[in-house]
Design a protein around this ligand. Structure first.
Ligand SMILES: [Zn+2]
Length: 282
């Protein structure tokens, strides 16, 4: 078994920028760290309290906290962390952050085995088409971390206690306990990796940062039937804006069209033709 502590892993190529942030809504700050987005929820014009949604790649905890200081000031107060899921590129910085701010970490109960050291995610599927990234994905750390002391279940009423105005939606498929977060005001969707806005397996598209609504990252998605149902669920919400785990935020007609097309043609657009997790769509 490989160790998960190394920060020198080859990472999925989804962004050419590192450590850059962008306000996508007065309350939502998208912080791209290496290849993945973490989100700071909170409006610095109103308060220096904030909530972190997902926690970046291994070694990114300090960078996230620095960015929070720039946005919310030196007295910023992290209130809680909410995880869309527990893949290594969404929890990589969490230990460093919890050292400084021992806050609660909210996640779906179905994700708990992977966040309490009880279960590892299945090995990535290196047989799927998708070229470079899939081939490299066997190097991704998949071992579960253990943050049991901090972990708290997202409540059954779908509220997100540290994020008033938001609700969580169970969007399994990429992982069993994957959730997306939706705010009615502005119809804003944080979709994690339920779908992403960049074609992760095309180096050209990553370099160009070409935006497109794309299915979840192929090599780590284990239940394609559930992943499809989750995309349909999210399309039915008719979001005005969406920010995802990988790629740039999208909004308006471009998002609506892309999401409906993905939901309508999911097997052709998103599901690899072959692969060890693919049979679940039969
Ligand atoms: Zn993921």
């Amino acid at each position: 078994m490989e160790t998960s502590s190394s920060t020198n892993r080859i990472l999925p190529v989804t962004s050419i920028r590192s450590g850059s942030g962008k306000e996508v809504d007065p309350e939502v700050y998208c912080y791209a760290v290496q290849v993945v987005n973490a989100f700071m929820i909170g409006n610095p014009a109103i308060s220096n309290d904030w909530v972190l949604v997902d926690a970046g790649t291994p070694g990114s905890g300090e960078k996230i906290l620095q960015a929070a200081e720039e946005r919310f000031g030196p007295d910023h107060r992290l209130q809680a962390i909410v995880l869309t899921h527990g893949h290594f590129d969404h929890i990589g910085g969490i230990a460093e952050i919890l050292d400084r701010f021992p806050v609660l970490v909210y996640a779906h109960p179905a994700e708990f085995p992977y966040l309490t050291g009880k279960e590892n995610y299945p090995d990535p599927d290196v047989t799927v088409e998708g070229g470079m990234v899939a081939k490299l994905s066997k190097l991704f750390p998949i071992e579960a971390i253990d943050i049991s002391e901090h972990l708290k279940e997202l409540p059954a009423d779908h509220s997100v206690p540290p994020m008033p105005g938001w609700r969580w939606i169970h969007t399994p498929g990429h992982t069993p306990g994957h959730v997306s977060l939706f705010r009615e005001q502005g119809r804003f969707l944080l979709a994690g990796d339920a779908f992403i806005t960049v074609k992760q397996d095309s180096l050209y598209k990553v370099l160009m940062q070409k935006k497109e609504v794309h299915g979840p990252p192929v090599y780590l998605t284990t239940d394609w039937r559930a992943a499809w149902e989750s995309v349909v669920k999210l399309a039915d919400l008719e979001p005005n804006a969406a920010a995802t785990g990988h790629g740039k935020p999208m909004h308006g007609a471009e998002l609506a069209k892309g999401l409906v097309e993905l939901a309508d043609h999911f097997p052709a657009r998103a599901v690899p033709e072959h692969g060890k997790f693919v049979d679940s769509t039969d």
